[in-house]
Design a protein around this ligand. Structure first.
Ligand SMILES: *Cc1c(COP(=O)(O)O)cnc(C)c1O
Length: 378
């Protein structure tokens, strides 16, 4: 098969203005954190209703910094979902705290808010929900539980830029919200992320933690009062991210349109009656970061992926349940602990979805899935 005939499951869409803008930054003589980072942060702050926003080198370090700002550390517990990118839970380990998983709702694939209260102990400090595939977790329930128990919330909104909760953009309200600009996300800065901070947060500390804890004063003054890392965003990356942010409405509208086309084609093929679980039909709140199906148990995911690959269609696995990775098993987690996350995680499959995809690509995928299901006698 010719490389140009292969359909990836995602692909960034970088416009010519951004490419020219990057060349300008490269020629400017200032390529690391500087004026473009400040401009990107201002644009993000405007996008999130004027809240404080800092840009970082990833959507992982943003969550780690939020935990550090809250003083979460050894002896503390943080409640999160087992069905996410492992970064969500690794940051809890990174600050020395203990991840406490709560199983998902298999319909939304997000943390089941009804199970959160049973997991709260005297050591619980925060809830770290994930908006998987851009579909918001039940934030009304989560913030109500947090208020009742005096807990903080860090939303892992890595996949949810432009998603809405009850008509409000994710990140415009609430406690901490962390976004990622990895190339697979709805907008990218190559690598990068941003943290939206609550009003009571120490924004200056969040900034110091980004670069060795350094604090400058006057022309020649410098002090270091905290162990900061090295997670600043370069101006080259910020220029890419700023250029991407200009197109977010168009990108997300196109994703929604493609998702609707997937549903129309799958409905015509009757795939649900044949055992395929489709994602929730949310065309208002989700930014359609991913279109994920759960095939019926008799269809081995690897066989399905291979059959689609043979037809030039690339798919992805997002995600195996975190608690079954050896790092987590070593910490005592076992199979059977979170059955919904295990069942969904064992078979969930991400189909191609990105703004540059053609309408005909959707039919190519749905027809291929139909053919494979027939091969399995479904
Ligand atoms: C991408 C992602 C992250 C991490 O973002 P990076 O920018 O890759 O560090 C964290 N959580 C979720 C749910 C993600 O999808």
């Amino acid at each position: 098969m010719n490389p140009q005939d292969i359909l990836p499951f995602t692909r960034p869409d970088i416009d010519e203005d951004t490419i020219a803008g990057v060349v300008e930054v490269l020629r400017s003589g200032w390529i690391t954190t500087g004026p473009w980072c400040a401009r990107f942060e201002q644009a993000l702050s405007d996008y999130f209703g004027g809240r404080p926003v800092l840009a970082y080198s990833s959507g992982t370090v943003t969550m780690e910094i939020a935990l550090r700002l809250l003083g979460v550390g050894p002896g503390d517990e943080v409640i999160t979902t087992p069905l996410s990118w492992v970064a969500t839970s690794n940051v809890i380990l990174a600050v020395g705290a203990t991840p406490v998983f709560v199983d998902i709702d298999p319909a939304t694939r997000n943390i089941d808010a009804n199970r959160i209260e049973a997991a709260i102990t005297a050591r619980t400090r925060a809830i770290l929900p994930v908006h998987l595939a851009g579909l918001p977790a039940d934030l009304d329930a989560i913030y109500a539980i947090a208020a009742r128990h005096g807990l903080r919330v860090i939303e892992d909104a890595a996949q949810a830029i432009g998603s809405l909760w009850k008509h409000q953009r994710i990140g415009r309200f609430g406690d901490f919200a962390s976004f990622s600009f990895h190339p697979n996300k709805n907008i990218t800065s190559i690598e990068g992320g941003c943290l939206v901070l609550p009003a009571d947060a120490d924004v200056d500390l969040a900034r110091r933690l980004r670069l060795q804890g350094v604090q400058r004063s006057g022309l020649d003054g410098m002090d270091v009062d905290v162990v900061g890392g090295k997670s600043n965003l370069t101006d080259v990356a910020a220029r890419v991210g700023w250029g991407q942010l200009q197109h977010i409405e168009r990108f997300n509208a196109r994703r929604r349109d493609l998702a609707q086309r997937y549903f129309a084609a799958f409905d015509a093929l009757g795939v649900e009656a044949r055992g395929v679980q489709l994602p929730p039909r949310d065309f208002i709140q989700s930014n359609w970061h991913m279109f994920q199906i759960v095939p019926p148990p008799q269809v081995q995911r690897a066989a399905l992926m291979q059959a689609l690959k043979d037809r030039g269609i690339t798919t992805g696995v997002h995600y195996p349940p975190i608690h079954l990775f050896s790092l987590y098993r070593k910490r005592g987690f076992q199979p059977g602990g979170f059955p919904h996350a295990e069942t969904v995680g064992a078979s969930i499959l991400t189909l191609p979805l990105f703004p540059g995809m053609q309408d005909s690509d959707v039919t190519r995928v749905t027809d291929a899935l139909d053919a494979v299901l027939r091969q399995f006698g479904l």
